[in-house]
Design a protein. Structure first.
Length: 740
């Protein structure tokens, strides 16, 4: 404690803001694993852990960070870091702001005296943590220590994380649990704490929540007064989704300008994992470029195609297989144990899909790593698209299957499920247990029941899993780890804790065990949810009502998850919700097709969701094409209308740019104007120094007889000119009187 207190004093008055005080002014904690189950951890190149630790601490020191080491228990050390002096931080702030200016993120150059510019724009917690994090992780060439966990020479560095500000978290959760609406002020608070990337997520989900009230009202109306599969509702829903996405695009710009991050995605965060083949110098700019041949990346990217096909068919086969079994067991099969067997497919699906998805997601991640992207953003975009494909199939394929295969063609196809009798007969059942010969009829409530499952049950289950699973996983892993350590004779308890630090260190060790928060998981959840609304809501019009209720809780649940289940997120910047925006647009487009098809197929049925009648293929095609054209038309109109509405953000940007231009111009003239003003005050308006007609040495020589010289000296100041003017007017008036 004394050492830490001393450190605070050492920096003098420029100590970190009070929020860090509860964490003893620690900014980051680095977990260093020196032993793995009793034996020294493997560094890869057989250097002992002591050597890597020494190198790590030295590197941190060179990067301008103070360090303190404590025991982490279970074979780890905790390395606490904080910036060595606030002066160093000021330098970093200035550099970062200059970089932003050079990349066009901020309109004006930052002031040289950072202290002054900080008074104008105080440093937020998030910015501070972001800067210190980049100091730890940026490559040496960019002024950082180049420490990336588990990479390269840092094989023993397990993680780098920030400590939660528990006081703030408590206030935040309490605040949000007592109010309905999350306003711009609340978003700014999140942005200041957790960075723009997470703030964008909350801004998005809040806007989505508000916007949902429209389809919810529409859906409720349709549910009560309109016939099932009403085209009116489908059109309204599609139009809403177009306006929703287009308006969000505008809001993104507004927020980015407001938060000063517009165009920040142009400053690319380099990935430490990027492997380059050669380092070359740009012939034009002289900049050092790490080169990886484009054709190689392209060939690697091409692997995506067979991968996507493989993954899609894998998932599709499982889903279709289980689906057939289910239909057979529920609607065809009449034998013994039906009550129990009926649940078998659900169990099968709930076990197989998560396992297969996890394997495929792992594969997608490996593939994206193999594609070897240089920047974090392009890496994330590539990964997001793959994950979206996987989720698309698991999330929507069952409904597509029921709506467009089972219902229209069920009566033709289902009897073929008899082939399953082959397997069933092994258990001693025979033909009489099935009704397929006696005329099968599709179950009209099936589509709706399935939709309700995805819209209500799956959402609730997802929410519960999201909140409880991390905690469960942690407890199990912790127990397993402790058991393993005990078996191998390592001390599981941390030793050598100074007694007064015990409480703090226990908290840090607890946080070290938490998972790393990934905001794209939450974004994906919302994007998938939006998909159900655009693609299938004609099946069950009150879908939006269910989502509205769900999301009211979801927003708060996600906040609680960040505070309690996850490590404090590293504040990253972003100027949008990234690649998810394209997926939203894609879903609105597909929604126009899917809704049209649903309405065309099912509105002709006698029963709700019953077998459709009098369908023709060209009729379907026509309605789909028509709807799609209407979609493109609507999107064009909406985005045109949006561009006519003034955007606050763009206005602000324009204003800022104007102010900057004005300031630069004023600065270049300003000095002289100021001098003139001072003289004016002193002399009462006569020309003495500035602006006086040049004479003698310092200007154009004026001879006494020079007409121009005489002319300009005739009035010695603006007041003289006024007097002269008044005299002239008086004189002329007098003359006029005389002549009258
Ligand atoms: Ca969530």
């Amino acid at each position: 404690m004394e050492a830490l207190k001393g450190a605070t004093k050492a920096t003098g008055t420029n100590s970190p803001p009070p929020h860090f005080a509860a964490n003893l002014d620690v900014e980051y904690v680095i977990v260093f694993r020196y032993a793995n189950a009793g034996v020294s951890a493997q560094t890869g190149d057989s250097t002992p852990p002591e050597e890597q630790l020494e190198k790590l601490l030295h590197t941190l020191d060179l990067a301008g960070l103070r360090t303190v080491v404590r025991d982490g228990g279970n074979g780890t050390l905790l390395i606490f870091t904080r910036i060595r002096s606030e002066k160093k931080l000021l330098g970093e702030i200035y550099r970062s702001r200059v970089r932003d200016w050079l990349h066009g993120i901020r309109p004006a150059a930052p002031e040289k005296e950072t202290q002054k510019s900080l008074e104008r724009e105080p440093l937020t917690d998030g910015e501070r943590l972001r800067l210190v994090y980049s100091l730890i992780t940026l490559p040496n060439s960019e002024g950082g220590a180049g420490i990336t966990p588990k990479q390269g020479e840092w094989t023993l560095v397990e993680s780098v994380f920030a400590l939660h500000d528990r006081e703030f978290n408590k206030k935040w959760l309490k605040d949000w649990s007592t109010k309905w609406m999350i306003g711009p002020e609340d978003l700014k608070v999140i942005r200041d704490r957790f960075g723009e990337k997470i703030a964008f997520y909350f801004a998005f989900i809040q806007w989505y929540f508000i916007a949902l009230s429209v389809p919810a009202a529409l859906g409720l109306f349709a549910y009560l007064f309109l016939p099932a599969y009403s085209s009116l509702f489908a059109i309204g829903n599609c139009l809403w989704s177009v306006v929703f996405v287009e308006y969000w695009k505008r809001q993104e710009i507004d927020l980015a300008v407001q938060w000063g991050v517009r165009h920040c995605s142009t400053v690319q965060r380099k990935r430490a994992e990027f492997q380059f083949e050669a380092e070359a110098t740009d012939p034009v700019t002289g900049e050092k470029i790490r080169y990886f041949p484009a054709y190689k990346r392209l060939t690697r990217q091409l692997i995506q195609v067979p991968f996507a096909l493989f993954a899609a068919s894998c998932l599709a086969i499982i889903i279709a297989g289980v689906f057939s079994i289910e239909i057979f067991l529920v609607e065809v099969y009449q034998g013994p144990l039906k009550v129990i067997l009926k649940f078998l497919p659900t169990v099968l699906l709930s076990i197989s899909i998560p396992i297969v998805s996890t394997i495929l997601t792992g594969f997608a991640t490996k593939l994206t790593e193999f594609e070897n992207y240089e920047n974090q953003d392009s890496y994330e975009a590539a990964l997001t698209q793959k994950i979206f494909v996987l989720n698309f199939i698991t999330g929507y394929f069952p409904l597509f299957l029921t709506a467009f295969v089972y219902v229209p063609f069920g009566e033709v196809l289902v009897p073929y499920l008899d082939i399953l009798n082959v397997t069933v007969q092994h258990f001693g059942h025979d033909e009489k247990y099935t009704t397929s010969d006696t005329g099968f009829q599709i179950n009209p409530s099936r589509l709706k029941a399935q939709m309700i499952y995805f819209v209500v049950t799956a959402q609730v289950v997802g929410f519960v899993l999201e909140t409880i699973l991390p905690q469960l996983k942690r407890t199990v892993f912790k127990k397993a780890k402790e058991f393993d350590s005990r078996r191998k004779g390592i001390n599981t308890e941390a030793v050598l804790d100074p007694p007064e630090e015990k409480k703090f260190l226990d908290q840090v060790r607890y946080e070290a065990e938490l998972e790393v928060y990934d905001v794209t998981v939450d974004l994906r959840e919302m994007c998938m949810q939006f998909g159900y609304l655009t693609l299938f809501s004609p099946i069950w019009p009150i879908t939006a009502v269910s989502f509205l209720i769900n999301n009211l809780i979801e927003i708060r649940g996600d906040a609680a998850k960040i505070c309690m289940e996850m490590q404090r997120p590293i504040p990253n910047r972003a100027d949008s919700i990234g690649p998810w925006l394209y997926n939203l647009s894609f879903l609105t487009w597909l929604g126009s097709i899917s809704s049209a098809a649903l309405v065309y197929i099912f509105s002709s049925a006698d029963l709700e969701g019953g077998p459709p009648k009098g369908l023709t293929f060209h009729g379907l095609l026509l309605s789909v094409m028509l709807s799609e054209h209407v979609y493109f038309g609507a999107r064009f109109v909406v985005s045109y209308a949006m561009s006519k509405i003034q955007s606050v953000g763009l206005e602000t940007e324009r204003k800022e740019k104007y102010m900057v231009r004005k300031r630069y111009l004023e600065e270049s003239f300003g000095m002289e104007n100021e001098l003139i003003r001072q003289e004016d005050e002193k002399t009462g308006g006569s020309y003495t120094g500035v602006g006086v007609v040049p004479s003698g040495q310092d200007g154009r020589p004026l001879a006494d007889g020079d007409l121009s010289g005489k002319f300009w000296r005739s009035q010695n100041g603006w007041k003289d000119s006024v007097n002269a003017g008044v005299q002239i007017m008086d004189y002329v008036k007098k003359q006029e009187k005389k002549t009258q």
